[in-house]
Design a protein around this ligand. Structure first.
Ligand SMILES: C[S@@+](CC[C@H](N)C(=O)[O-])C[C@H]1O[C@@H](n2cnc3c(N)ncnc32)[C@H](O)[C@@H]1O
Length: 244
């Protein structure tokens, strides 16, 4: 008899506070024989830390360890090629479980389809296997809640921008935004703050590190030490308050 293949499950586990995981994600996590997660070498992983307490001894843990921690690699290596090969290999390893009939839950900090590494497995495997994605509370919403700031009023539009954008492009996009969230700060922080200053938005912008996590830090934008801004931080430029 043919084995029914397992399901690929992209499981959003929320921005950090373990209580911000959904009931559905928790059920599927507990039911999954294999729990996979992306992680940097030598680290435990944020997503793993969020759900660790729910794992049972009989579940197989499958860390997918990134081969590099920086996008700048010495020639002739190219980050895009190295990371693409890594996702290819991770997909092969996950597929072994799926072919054997085991569901694989790929846990993802925040939401899987919002800058989540799960997407690269989904792109490679969702044609071959049944894939189910469970949305999670994403970091910008966790951030807005702990900063206590409404994001957008009435007919305002929200721009989600990557701090990796070059100075001028970031500036032109921010200049026309009603409200904005800037992700991926870290070593981009200095440039982002400079752009906000040039546009007169620095007073309105709010900064949070590790929103909703136990080590969350909210710091006034002008007091952030650029070299110490972690990867898990974001800036919110809220929409102008509507006096409804
Ligand atoms: C690869 S993206 C992952 C986004 C995630 N999938 C989500 O739904 O929010 C990583 C970026 O998300 C932001 N981020 C993720 N979690 C965060 C948190 N708890 N607090 C602040 N920023 C966070 C940071 O800007 C970080 O550079």
């Amino acid at each position: 008899m043919m084995t029914q293949p397992g399901r690929l499950i992209g499981l959003g586990v929320g921005p950090g506070d373990p209580e911000l995981i959904t009931v559905k994600a928790l059920r599927l996590l507990r039911e999954s024989p294999v729990v996979a997660y992306f992680v940097a070498k030598g680290k435990k992983g944020n997503a793993f830390g969020i759900i660790e307490a729910h794992l049972q001894a009989e579940q197989t843990q499958m860390p997918l360890v990134y081969p590099v921690t920086t996008e700048v690699l010495p020639e002739p290596l190219s980050y895009e090629q190295v990371i693409s090969d890594f996702y290819d290999q991770a997909a092969v390893e996950v597929a072994v479980h799926l072919d054997a009939g085991r569901d694989v839950a790929v846990i993802c900090e925040g939401d899987p389809f919002f800058y989540g590494s799960y997407m690269y497995l989904h792109d490679r495997l969702a044609q071959r296997f049944e894939a189910q994605v469970v949305p999670g509370v994403c970091s910008m919403l966790g951030g807005a809640s702990v900063l206590g700031v409404p994001l957008v009023y009435r007919n305002q539009s929200l721009s989600v921008l990557s701090g990796v954008l070059p100075h001028d492009e970031l500036k032109s996009r921010l200049a026309v935004a009603d409200a904005a969230v800037i992700m991926k700060l870290g070593r981009n922080f200095h440039k982002v703050r400079e752009v906000l200053g040039e546009l007169g938005l620095a007073e309105r912008a709010l900064y949070v590190e590790r929103a909703t996590m136990s080590n969350q830090k909210i710091v006034p934008l002008n007091e952030v030490e650029p070299m110490s801004s972690p990867y898990f931080s974001l800036i919110i430029v809220p929409g102008e308050r509507w006096q409804g």
